[in-house]
Design a protein around this ligand. Structure first.
Ligand code: ADP
Ligand code: ZN
Length: 433
């Protein structure tokens, strides 16, 4: 189902024209209202945007980075007076000092439109009862999904995160049909549901609108089987206003980008050179309509690719592949580049282990090593040395053949690794300690 059919199925030609017009406008707006952009646009010669004649002219504009947000913390990139701001959010600070996002009334309205699109593309209708199990607060996820869901007329339960027993009780008692959470929390809830003694038939759940961290297809399948739901993925970040930047449609072959509000590019992380369709690199996004805090060419650090081919769902906006992770998360061990999602993909297809793992990187005698702690599903295995040893070797061999990296595998008892109610934190880097 489409929330804004005319926009979501607009022809490429019209979309390009709309983007060009909006790009000129936002460059002009940034030039006139944000000191940092004024200075940079002067330096690069683009100035007030009147020199932008075609979309590709965007390449003359310098990138904006997370450091720019930090250096201008909290409100240096704001383009309006504080009196026009009606909401402030901040990032969860996964990789350092939080970054701040501010919204005008119009920004909130655009944001909820974008989230409403993602929700409807994921199968939500006005008949659904949605439990939002993202932590409410400064994090954009909870309130973002909240307003988007209300906009399409769904019933919203602002459950927030934590208190898993109560979450399960609400899911059952209120006849919840859709769950909003991180994939990690969905895994946790599904484990708790299994143990709670209530059969899955006591739940009316059918949809999972999950996001805010990478979810491999293997992990998604597991969540779907355990909770008996269909999962759709959606993507966003504080710097771009939160969720609603892109989301899965029923085809789930890439997340449709809200191209009327965001202009995406893919670049080579090392050289900064622009890459073409279907080439893997770092996502760079320009906001086309934000008023409170517009962003020009933001380097997201997320690794993905873009596909402009028509989609079977009828939407014309380009599709972004699931991210492999952030450039920050990429581990470089003995010269081999590894993303945690690659490790997860390998682990999840192995029997007798749970989808809980921790990656510990250490350094000894100038050599890095990676230990992967993995949880067993069956505690009895711990008493059988041979079986345990075989399983350990099997996992290590898979890692070696797929990643080209020797790893140490440590199998641990069920339920001993940390569970996450928000985004999972699976990397423990001991190298600089
Ligand atoms: P923080 O950077 O502190 O985690 P945010 O909450 O703004 O703050 O997180 C945004 C980041 O979360 C994105 O840049 C991306 O790395 C990750 N993310 C969000 N949604 C998804 C998703 N659907 N798939 C993969 N990664 C995602
Ligand atoms: Zn589609």
């Amino acid at each position: 189902m489409l929330f804004q059919k005319d926009i979501e199925t607009m022809s490429r030609k019209d979309l390009d024209a709309l983007q060009l017009e909006r790009l000129k406008r936002v460059v002009n707006y940034c030039y006139n209202n944000v000191e940092l952009y004024h200075k940079r646009l002067d330096e690069c010669g683009v100035k007030d945007g009147s020199r932008i004649k075609q979309l590709s002219d965007i390449e003359y504009i310098p990138y904006t980075t997370k450091d720019d947000f930090r250096d201008n913390y909290p409100f240096g990139l704001m383009a309006v007076d504080m009196k026009d701001i009606v909401r402030i959010h901040a990032s969860s600070g996964t990789t350092g000092k939080p970054t701040v996002g501010v919204y005008t009334k119009e920004d909130l309205n655009t944001w909820s439109d974008c989230v409403a699109r993602v929700a409807m593309a994921g199968g939500v209708t006005a008949d659904d009862i949605i439990q939002i199990s993202f932590g409410y607060g400064l994090f954009t996820g909870a309130l973002g999904l909240h307003y988007g869901m209300e906009k399409i007329g769904a019933t919203v339960i602002p459950a927030s995160s934590g208190n898993t027993e109560k979450q399960l009780m609400m899911l059952r008692d209120y006849g919840v049909t859709g769950l909003v959470a991180t994939p990690s929390y969905a895994v946790y809830l599904s484990e708790a549901a299994k143990e709670s003694g209530y059969p899955m038939s006591d739940y009316k759940l059918k949809l999972g609108i999950l996001g805010s961290e990478p979810c491999t297809i293997a992990m998604r399948t597991q969540i779907e089987q355990n909770l008996n739901i269909r999962v759709s993925d959606n993507y966003g970040m504080t710097e771009l206003g939160g969720p609603g930047v892109s989301g899965d449609c029923e085809a789930r072959d890439g997340m449709h980008f809200a191209e009327d509000h965001f202009l995406p590019e893919i670049i080579d992380t090392d050289t900064g050179k622009r890459l073409g369709e279907n080439e893997v690199g770092e996502l760079v996004v320009t906001t086309l309509t934000r008023k409170g805090m517009p962003v020009l060419r933001y380097r997201t650090k997320d690794i993905t690719k873009l596909n402009y081919a028509p989609c079977s769902c009828g939407r014309t906006h380009c599709r972004m592949a699931k991210t492999m992770g952030r450039t920050d998360d990429m581990l470089i061990i003995k010269g081999v580049n590894v993303f945690p999602t690659q490790i997860e993909n390998i682990l999840i297809n192995i029997e007798d282990i749970a989808p809980h793992y921790q990656l510990i990187i250490s350094r000894k005698d100038y050599k890095d090593s990676l230990e992967i702690k993995v949880e067993l599903t069956n505690a009895n295995l711990l008493e059988n040395y041979k079986l345990l040893n075989d399983l350990q070797n099997k996992i290590a061999e898979k890692m070696k053949s797929i990643l080209g990296l020797r790893t140490k595998i440590t199998l641990v008892a069920p339920k001993t690794l940390e569970r996450f109610q928000g985004k999972a934190k699976r990397i423990v880097d001991l190298r600089n300690q």
